[in-house]
Design a protein around this ligand. Structure first.
Ligand SMILES: Cc1ncc(COP(=O)(O)O)c(C=O)c1O
Length: 382
């Protein structure tokens, strides 16, 4: 029976134990598994290569994103690294300009030393991608909406250009989760997640995943996880599965809080600009609504008065936590210029619109009015 998304959140991955009937799948910490004889494993051999708890999580994420296969890693960045390791020296990857700062750091400070090449391209018009395609280009990697400025990429349009040039099309779906956006519908060959964010959802797991249909990619990534070893522990697999059960509920609350808080900030005289897809002022709102069914809890705003105002604002918060990350039940504020985007030069940041007074909010699931009162107090001190 085909299941709707909220049902899938609870039941994906076939978690019931067929022997005991337990409704929650076991945390299986075993490192090794008895084999029946030489060349006769029972299914699992060594937990770096595969583990029963990880297998359940991988099944669950595959069902949520609508793919045949998923592989889980010890962080979102480890998942991306494994994907790039399927390429070879001198291969070339095209990214949307406003890719997550950690992906940029991975490419520019690590993988370029091994000969992997990349360009970060303004993808407002998908056809612009064609100008950057060379004989070595193998992959197009995008996020939508982007982090922290919530730019919206035309997922269908980019997918068509990627197909035309025979490129692997990868979408990082971390910001909306499959609850609100399913990139497979727009032609994505691979979906990336930082499980750390909405899927696990409680600020207590660092993990990542790749989902896809291609069996040969499954073989390559199966080899890579065994060869490079960036695995997610069985306990973290369990925590992520537990988080996924409430994904849809949480996303609805994150979205409701986002909508209320963005409207409050847009009216505030000390706020210069709000970057939120919930607002009619968002320049690509229509495109966003055509490809996503909800807004998630993450958006940004810019204070008048730059860095000095941002420092005062952050000091005035009490319910919101000033810290890295997003997507958990606790509301968080971060300062992209000095945190996620600190590996870019100031000039490069300003060129991309990441001004010194920019703050990113990850709206948690607390009461929206309490969150607004706290923001109001912090803004009074600016
Ligand atoms: C959009 C996006 N992708 C990937 C990552 C990397 O994930 P992780 O921190 O789990 O390595 C992040 C982390 O913030 C992110 O925001």
């Amino acid at each position: 029976m085909s299941q709707r998304f909220d049902t899938l959140c609870v039941h994906s991955g076939s978690q019931q134990d067929p022997v005991t009937g337990a409704v929650v799948s076991a945390i299986q910490p075993a490192v090794t598994f008895r084999q029946l004889g030489i060349g006769k494993p029972l299914g699992f051999e060594y937990s770096r290569a595969a583990n029963p708890s990880r297998r359940v999580l991988e099944r669950s994420i595959s069902e949520l994103e609508g793919y045949k296969h998923s592989v889980c890693f010890g962080s979102g960045i480890a998942a991306e690294l494994a994907l790039f390791q399927t390429l070879k020296q001198y291969d070339h990857v095209l990214f949307c300009e406003e890719t997550y700062g950690g992906t940029f750091r991975l490419m520019k400070t690590v993988l370029n030393k091994f000969g992997l090449r990349s360009d970060f391209v303004q993808m407002d018009s998908p056809d612009r991608i064609t100008d950057y395609v060379t004989k070595d280009t193998k992959m197009v990697f995008v996020e939508s909406p982007t982090n922290p400025l919530l730019d919206v990429i035309d997922l269908q349009g980019v997918g068509e250009v990627a197909k035309k040039h025979g490129l692997l099309y990868v979408v990082d779906n971390t910001l909306l989760s499959p609850a609100f956006q399913q990139p497979k519908k727009f032609g994505a060959d691979v979906v990336v997640h930082s499980l750390t964010k909405y899927l696990a959802g409680h600020n207590d797991v660092v993990g990542g995943s790749l989902s896809f249909d291609d069996a040969s990619l499954q073989e390559k990534l199966g080899h890579l996880i065994k060869a490079t070893g960036a695995v997610l522990s069985p306990f973290e697999c369990y925590l992520t599965l537990r988080g996924i059960k409430t994904l849809y509920l949480r996303m609805q609350k994150h979205e409701a809080n986002h909508e209320k808080i963005a409207a409050f900030l847009e009216r505030h005289p000390k706020v210069k600009r709000v970057y939120s897809t919930t607002l009619s002022s968002h320049p690509k709102r229509e495109r966003f609504l055509a490809q996503a069914t909800g807004h998630g809890g993450t958006f940004s705003f810019e204070l008048k008065g730059g860095l000095a105002s941002a420092k005062k604002f952050v000091r005035g918060l009490s319910l919101w936590t000033f810290g890295e990350s997003l997507g958990g039940v606790e509301s968080l504020v971060s300062h992209p210029p000095t945190m996620s985007h600190s590996s870019l030069s100031r000039e490069e940041r300003l060129k991309r619109g990441i001004h010194d007074g920019l703050l990113r909010l990850s709206c948690g699931i607390e009461n929206a009015d309490d969150l607004i009162s706290d923001l109001e107090e912090a803004l009074a001190g600016v």
